[in-house]
Design a protein around this ligand. Structure first.
Ligand code: URA
Length: 238
């Protein structure tokens, strides 16, 4: 049994606060009857209708996947390309939380909990994501300082939390850089480096908040523990 407002929010229909408002305003019907009590508990056999829309109640699942290259970060693809959800063995309607580019590898979260996904993706969530980027030339000290001072992308300044060179390949004039950012705009890391004249040859996300890829190989996944889910929620409450 779960609280009605939690189930409505988890379906992705609206936030928990908005669900509470809708309940007290008499806009929620459970098994044909208007329910105005905020403490009401429901289970998967209850039929819930909010403002005329039926809400599905599913047990919530949370996974981390090591996304391989050439995989789309969405639940389906009209061009028939492989999607991240195809890697997860579940009958629930899960979807990715945010996106990694088609050619980016690494840590991506998937869930069927719309409320949780919205919280993670809010621009204000400030969850730090760390990437390893292989660049087509060696990042200079001057450019590291420029990065740490903030780079304007599509008119918005992006200031990485951390930039660190992990490896230098002098012979081939390449380097591997660890970069942490808290925003989550499309192609952000690639654009940041492009702005300074570097091409990102490979990009992989190695951490998301408290979560690390660990030993997961490409295409492998695992469920998140309750503790990991709570830790992520705590990060956005700070
Ligand atoms: N930044 C990018 O440029 N690409 C990703 O896939 C993720 C972050």
């Amino acid at each position: 049994m779960e609280r009605l407002q939690k189930v409505i929010a988890a379906s992705g229909y609206c936030s928990r606060r908005k669900a509470e408002e809708l309940i007290t305003q008499g806009k929620v019907i459970v098994n044909g009857e208007v329910v105005k009590e905020l403490g009401t508990k429901v289970n998967s056999s209850d039929i819930i209708v909010v403002e005329g829309h039926s809400i599905s109640y599913e047990e919530k699942e949370y996974y981390m996947l090591n996304k391989p290259r050439e995989v789309i970060s969405s639940a389906s693809d009209d061009k028939g390309r492989r999607t991240v959800v195809e890697y997860i063995d579940t009958d629930k309607r899960i979807y990715p939380i945010g996106r990694l580019d088609y050619d980016t590898t690494g840590l991506i979260l998937l869930t069927n909990d719309g409320d949780f996904a919205n919280k993670m993706m809010k621009p204000s969530s400030n969850i730090i994501k760390t990437y390893l980027a292989k660049l087509d030339s060696i990042l200079t000290k001057e450019d590291i300082d420029k990065l740490l001072g903030g780079i304007v992308i599509d008119k918005v300044k992006c200031t990485p939390n951390k930039v660190k060179i992990k490896e230098i390949d002098k012979k081939n004039n390449k380097c591997l850089v660890e970069i942490s950012i808290h925003e989550g705009r499309n192609h952000e890391v690639r654009k940041i480096f492009e702005k300074l004249g570097y091409d990102c040859l490979k990009l992989t996300r190695i951490s998301y908040g408290n979560l690390r890829l660990g030993t997961l190989r490409f295409g492998e996944y695992r469920p998140l523990s309750k503790q990991e889910i709570n830790d992520l929620l705590m990060l956005i409450k700070k």
